[in-house]
Design a binder for this molecule. Sequence first.
Ligand SMILES: [Zn+2]
Ligand SMILES: [Zn+2]
Length: 248
Amino acid sequence: MASVVPRPIRDLGKALIDFALPARCAGCADVIEEPGVFCPSCWVKNLWLGDGGCARCGLPLEGTEAETCARCLERPPPIDRIRAAVAYDDLPRSIALRLKYGRKVALARTMARYMAPLSGNWAGGAILVPVPLHRWRLWSRGFNQSGLVACELAKAWNLPLDQRSLRRIRRTVPLKGMSVLQRRKAVAGAFTVAEGIRLDGRTVVLIDDVLTSGSTAEACARALRRAGAARIELICWARVVRPAQLMR
Ligand SMILES: [Zn+2]
Ligand SMILES: [Zn+2]
């Protein structure tokens, strides 16, 4: 039914609904002034991570560390810069799950709104690449949640969005409960850059919803690097941060 309504009329209808309905907080559904933001009481519940910390991994630095943490200096990670909007906790988790499984696609805009300030030094140009889903998963879900967020960020940052180059060629089992080593093995070879595509010298900004161990993003980074990417960054909505990493 909806598909036979001409697009301009549908868009107008949507605009009218957006106009008529009050904006609601993504956390508690209270009425708020501006769409896509948290109300003050939900905002303070979140632990916002900002752009500080280690220049590479983004985790808080010890007092004796300068710009890069000792771990990154000792073994430079495959991703050149990692940033997340918020520490993974009940509210950020519910936002990510409601987008992914509850199909609340408007939440992609909320996530992007708080990820947008984490932009990097991309004066030389960069492409945005969401962590891809396997095509069967994409088919069953109907959308890639990270792709929706990346689409919003592409608009905010005025950068091209590339949803075709990076592919998930192998379905992976859920990584929950696995050790870092098991996770790394589980995603090894799961990603590739489409044949014939070269990313020589490019800066690629990976977009993901939740960062846990980093195994998935690192597997993506290795595939991008093989295709010639010069610099790879990862911007995500929420990251798991151990309390000890924050207490420093
Ligand atoms: Zn709220
Ligand atoms: Zn680091």
